[in-house]
Design a protein around this ligand. Structure first.
Ligand code: NDP
Length: 248
């Protein structure tokens, strides 16, 4: 799967799935644009990629989103692939907590609004290259919550799934594909970043295959969906969850 000279933006490239995808795109010859907020982590991942463009940015800030697209086009002149991977959850008291709306807005702004914004900003450039988009969702977008206090995160991913279908429908006539990858549990910094006490291995028995994924397994699917081998695939939701959805 060669991505030679393709310009690939990966948001949330400073750790986990995004970091694995950035490295794999780079190994396949892409000119990678790595987006994240944590400078130290971004630098560590960038050191493993071939001359990436590193953009320290918060995807939920409108000016930062515009800067991501503008700096990419200024440096490379084109955009071939957008991977909307940046995302998080925030632990709060859920619907019964006092800061439900603050949490809801923060999660929706990063996990969904930023995806809509970046898609809209990148679309004219993707139309020129007949490029494509992969949105990193979650099986949380389709299953009932595995615990309390998760409504905002689950709703953000359900919204992302349907946004993918809407964007695919709107951009398909211009030759631009849009797909979703929905992981189950993956060994990343996700729960640590959420200040959650959940140990990823406690989710293992919830999967049919009794395992959690490594970030590279999700990155593999991202690379496939963004490659020419998936030229007929658009509006799809590719589940990679060790069978957790069907067991659930
Ligand atoms: P990590 O916490 O390891 O990575 C999340 C990435 O998102 C980091 O690079 C982080 O960068 C970035 N990010 C978060 N908020 C922002 C922001 N406002 N602006 C820019 N970057 C941001 O977790 P994962 O790799 O696991 O998560 C990647 C995606 O996978 C997420 O969308 C998540 O919902 C999804 N997912 C993860 C699962 C899992 O079990 N791990 C399961 C299903 C889906 P920084 O800290 O530098 O800002």
């Amino acid at each position: 799967m060669s991505f030679k000279n393709k310009v690939v933006i990966v948001t949330g490239a400073s750790s986990g799935i995004g970091a694995a995808a950035a490295k794999m795109f780079s190994d396949e010859g892409a000119r990678v644009v790595m987006v994240g907020r944590n400078e130290k982590k971004l630098s560590a991942v960038a050191a493993r990629c071939a001359s990436p463009l590193v953009i320290r940015a918060d995807v939920s800030k409108d000016d930062d989103a515009k800067r991501i697209i503008n700096e990419t086009v200024k440096k490379f002149g084109q955009i071939d692939v957008l991977v909307n991977n940046a995302g998080l959850t925030i632990n709060n008291g859920g619907l019964l907590g006092s800061d439900m709306m603050e949490t809801f807005d923060a999660i929706m702004n990063i996990n969904l609004r930023a995806v809509v914004h970046l898609t809209s900003l990148a679309a004219p450039h993707l139309i020129k290259t007949k490029g494509n988009i992969v949105n990193v969702s979650s099986i949380a977008g389709t299953i009932a919550p595995i615990g309390p206090g998760l409504a905002a995160y689950y709703v953000s991913k359900a919204g992302m799934n349907h946004f993918t279908v809407c964007a695919a429908a709107e951009l398909g006539v211009h030759g631009v594909r849009v797909n979703t990858v929905s992981p189950g549990p993956v060994r990343t910094d996700f729960f640590e970043n959420a200040k959650s006490a959940i140990d990823i291995d406690t989710l293992r028995p919830m999967t049919l295959l009794d395992r959690v994924s490594e970030p590279e397994e999700i990155a593999d699917v991202i690379l496939f969906l963004t490659s020419d081998r998936a030229k007929g695939i658009t509006g799809s939701n590719y589940v990679n969850d060790n069978g957790m959805t069907i067991k659930h």
